[in-house]
Design a protein around this ligand. Structure first.
Ligand code: FAD
Length: 484
């Protein structure tokens, strides 16, 4: 099976540039232009025609105007190895790049050097309906993998809202989640094997092609979520589930966001485990106004809830509990999608929130904190209060069931950036104080590395740095990420 063609990447938000993260500190010296030139000369014969680029169009498409950046597009694992080895030999930083949909600046070559673009490793190699596994190259677009496994009545659960263009390798690097993580878990819960090119250039296979196994250290657990700093995934083996037979999608309208948050907590307390439980507050709803959602004026928050199960009866019984719990928390209305078109329409609105918020005041910084589920309402209220004190608009939406809130700070003028950064730090501090964590799925990258010490102590950071140093002694693999 060959993956469908990925979407036109020129529309990807390549606006994530190193200068967006000025608050994140000094990234270290940029690579010397001469080193990049020497690397180019060494690699050009080893890659296919067009496999090595530094022309203005590529630089512009990738959001860079730096001339000491090279872009390599390998088509095989052997080419990835050759590139990594050449980078190490020439002392040039190398940064893995998927579809550039990441939200923490992970694929930005902050010290220049070579961007290792995996998009041509785009073959789905196996969908095995007897052993319930799939094997795909790292540049496969996630939506293509979903289509291929669903065509066989199977299910790959992770579903970041960027699934139409993000890559499996990027999902592995960020341990991506998504709405269905509530019931099914995140990427790490589904990846059972990897082909991995280490910073030394050696390719190793780890994990297995069976659903269960505990041989040796859990390096899969380490590499999944390593944000492109410990090597590069070239091939990924995932486990599959049977495709759920019945899916019911409901939109529940509330007058106030506090009611929606409280209903979300109560739903999980009432023995229900929806596969998705998403929240949109008043600002998020205002941003997507006109996107196809007709809401009464009184409705200032919604929950988008999805149930799945083996039979209609079982799902309908859960839907009744869902309605009763939401009504008890003051729901104005419970709407159920009648068909696939209505269901797709609801998700299209949900998926448009991030982009719509960016346009709302012109600029935004997207947060990704997680708070304990029982403190969701309290957290949203505190974040809004912090925003009000800073005279900045705070929008909140996201994976409420997981306590994972995309708290967005909106602003209009570049001069406001210092206040925005201060507010983002205050929100992060508050989330940690509430018993939560800095990032639920977007990773630390460059965006949050200056905040890492809010959550992790020096001992823990030192252990992680020693792992990094053991695998990447030259410190050239995606430098400037994660650690302050
Ligand atoms: C509209 C929108 C919605 C989103 N929704 C979600 C969501 O619901 N859940 C969620 O988790 N995320 C979400 N994201 C964030 C993003 O899509 C994910 O982090 C995704 O996993 C990134 O994949 P990518 O291919 O775009 O990787 P990139 O952005 O290109 O890279 C991300 C990181 O992965 C590294 N990397 C890329 N490929 C490899 C590889 N093969 N081997 C090793 N390292 C690699 C890079 O160096 C970088 O550090 C969303 C983003 C957008 C724009």
């Amino acid at each position: 099976v060959r993956a469908v063609a990925p979407p036109d990447r020129s529309s990807a938000p390549s606006a994530l540039r190193a200068d967006s993260f000025k608050g994140a500190g000094d990234f270290g010296p940029r690579v010397e232009r001469a080193a990049v030139a020497a690397l180019k000369a060494a690699l050009v014969a080893q890659l296919p025609e067009g496999g090595l680029r530094d022309d203005p169009a590529t630089l512009a498409a990738f959001g860079h105007d730096e001339s000491n950046t090279l872009f390599a597009f390998p088509e095989t694992t052997a080419q990835v190895q050759a590139i990594v080895r050449a980078c190490m030999a020439h002392g040039v930083p190398v940064t893995p790049v998927g579809a550039r949909s990441g939200k923490s600046g992970g694929s930005l070559p902050v010290r220049g050097g070579l961007s290792l673009c995996l998009e041509k490793l785009d073959h789905i190699l196996l969908v095995d309906d007897q052993n319930l596994i799939a094997v795909a190259q790292a540049g496969v677009v996630l939506g293509a993998l979903h289509a291929a496994v669903e065509a066989k009545g199977l299910f790959y659960a992770p579903d970041p809202n960027s699934l139409d263009w993000c890559t499996l390798g990027g999902n592995v690097a960020e341990n991506a989640g998504g709405p269905r993580a509530l019931k099914y878990g995140v990427t790490r819960d589904h990846v059972i094997g990897l082909e991995w090119v280490l910073p030394s250039g050696e390719a190793i296979r780890l994990g297995r092609r069976v659903h269960k196994g505990v041989t040796g250290y859990d390096l899969l657990g380490l590499f999944v979520g390593s944000e492109g700093t410990l090597g590069v995934a070239t091939e990924v083996t995932v486990k599959l589930l049977p495709l759920p037979k019945v899916v019911l999608t409901a939109l529940v309208l509330f007058q106030q966001v506090e009611q929606a948050a409280q209903a979300s907590t109560r739903l999980l307390q009432s023995q229900l485990l929806p596969r998705c439980l998403e929240l949109l507050d008043d600002v998020a709803l205002a941003a997507v106004k006109g996107a196809g959602l007709q809401l009464p004026q009184a409705s200032q928050a919604v929950l988008l809830i999805e149930l799945d199960g083996p039979t209609e009866d079982s799902v309908l019984a859960e839907a009744q509990t869902l309605e009763a719990v939401c009504r008890a928390e003051g729901a104005l209305e419970v709407r159920v999608a009648r068909d696939e078109t209505q269901r797709a329409g609801l998700w299209a609105v949900r998926k448009s929130v991030s982009g719509a918020l960016k346009l709302f005041e012109g600029r935004k910084v997207s947060e990704d904190v997680v708070v304990p589920r029982a403190r969701l309402g309290e957290a949203i209220a505190r974040f809004k209060a912090l925003g009000a004190a800073a005279r900045l608009t705070v929008a909140t939406y996201g994976h409420a069931g997981d306590g994972n809130l995309h708290t967005n700070v909106l602003y209009s003028k570049a001069e406001q950036k210092p206040e925005v950064d201060a507010l983002v730090a205050a929100i992060a501090r508050e989330a940690v104080a509430l018993g939560g964590t800095l990032t639920g799925e977007h990773g630390i990258g460059v965006a949050k590395r200056h905040l890492l010490t809010l959550e992790q102590g020096p001992g823990l950071i030192a252990v992680q740095k020693s792992v990094k140093a053991a695998l990447d002694p030259l410190g050239l693999f995606n430098p400037g990420k994660i650690f302050p």
